[in-house]
Ligand binder design. Structure first.
Ligand code: ZN
Length: 381
């Protein structure tokens, strides 16, 4: 028998055995196989680590792991999208969330905050960024998870969206990507971190850590910040021709909020601490921070309970309450402000692990704290 014939026979046997087994199954058996494969698939696509050095804490159960895996599939997009997205002919979603779209910033760097998805995920924001001096009205869009309100907001400001940035793959940040790409055409650049390109819909540009993109005079720098998800990215935007020292803006998704930080789903507290430290070291203290959710009041209440003597937290909470009573967004905040009261941002690795619900000895010993990093940066400046 030749080598080729032997190989063919071995392949035929290998294929024949499972085929014969499947052919002998009853309907119940088939249902079991399909269910088993579905569970394996969902577990495999779920990026929640379950063991090892970089596991999140507290550990997640199997049901949560499966649902989390499902959260990033086309099924979730179809079901949740149908339930939560504003239909094309319906009014702006801001009325649902009780927050009005608001524009802030100098003409060189305008930012419109567009409330989306109502209160389904605690109040999401999408953002439009542009340079008033750009005669072509080119704009950057961040996390348009409810696509039609964002498209209408761009239309109302006569903006031409050319760049779409996705902070991370979660449905409530990325689920408008496909619609925007379909509506705006293939010239739209849809950007996500290189790590999450496969999990984020409609991406045609993957960004590496510290890589810079251009749109007219605007520049976008991506900062890789694993923690909430493995490929989370903070996008810093600035105008290349702005006055020296003019504040830049940063879109932090679910990594950094006003008064707190996002949940640890895919990395350890130690990794998350290193990511937050990266932000503190790379961003200027005056950088305007635009988080992806309106969680300010809730998080500052918690911060005040944790540290009742922190005057900065109390004052920021009063300010946020006033803004919210007027249906205004409580953001942006600044990095400097956050460093004065944000418990997670100010925490040492051990403290951050405790705040995230990890056992104390789960966190590796690491002497550098956020406060030390800020002091070092202030000395440099
Ligand atoms: Zn998220």
């Amino acid at each position: 028998m030749s080598m080729a014939t032997g190989l063919l026979m071995r392949v035929a046997t290998t294929i024949h055995l499972p085929v014969a087994y499947l052919a002998s199954l009853t309907l119940r058996g088939w249902a079991g196989v399909v269910l088993g494969l579905a569970v394996l698939y969902l577990r495999q696509i779920s990026t929640l680590s379950k063991s090892g050095k970089d596991s999140p804490c507290p550990p997640f159960g199997i049901v949560f792991r499966i649902l989390y895996g499902l959260f990033g599939t086309q099924v979730a997009e179809l079901v949740l999208g149908r339930m939560l997205h504003t239909p094309e002919d319906q009014p702006q979603a801001e009325q649902v969330g009780g927050t009005t779209a608001t524009t802030v910033g100098d003409p060189e760097l305008r930012v419109m905050m567009v409330p989306i998805l109502g209160g389904a995920f605690g109040g999401n924001y999408s953002f439009l960024v542009w340079d008033e001096n750009d005669k072509d009205r080119r704009a950057i869009c961040v996390d348009p998870a409810d696509p039609y309100p964002v498209l209408r907001a761009a239309e109302s400001a006569a903006l031409n969206i050319q760049l779409l940035l996705t902070t991370h793959w979660h449905f409530d940040h990325s689920s408008g990507n496909a619609t925007l790409r379909r509506k705006l055409g293939p010239s739209l650049q849809v950007v996500a971190s290189a790590e999450e390109r496969g999990r984020t819909p409609a991406v045609n540009k993957r960004l590496q850590d510290a890589e810079v993109l251009s749109l007219g005079r605007l520049r976008v720098r991506g900062h890789s910040v694993p923690g909430h998800t493995k490929g989370s990215m903070v996008f810093e935007v600035f105008n290349a021709e702005a006055a020296p020292g003019a504040p830049t803006v940063a879109f932090t998704g679910d990594t950094l909020f006003c008064g707190g930080c996002g949940a640890l789903f895919e990395c350890s507290a130690h990794t998350f601490h290193a990511s937050l430290q990266t932000l503190v070291q790379r961003l200027r203290p005056q950088t305007k921070i635009f988080p992806g959710h309106e969680y300010t009041e809730m998080l500052l209440q918690q911060a005040c309970q944790r540290n009742p003597n922190n005057d900065a937290a109390r004052s920021k909470l009063q300010q946020a309450k006033l803004l919210r009573s007027r249906k205004q967004p409580s953001i942006p905040t600044t990095l400097e402000e956050e460093l004065s009261y944000n418990p997670q941002l100010r925490a040492s690795p051990q403290e951050l692990a405790m705040l995230c619900g990890c056992a104390q000895d789960d966190a590796p010993d690491e002497p550098t704290s956020m406060r030390d990093a800020l002091l070092r940066q202030q000395k440099r400046d």
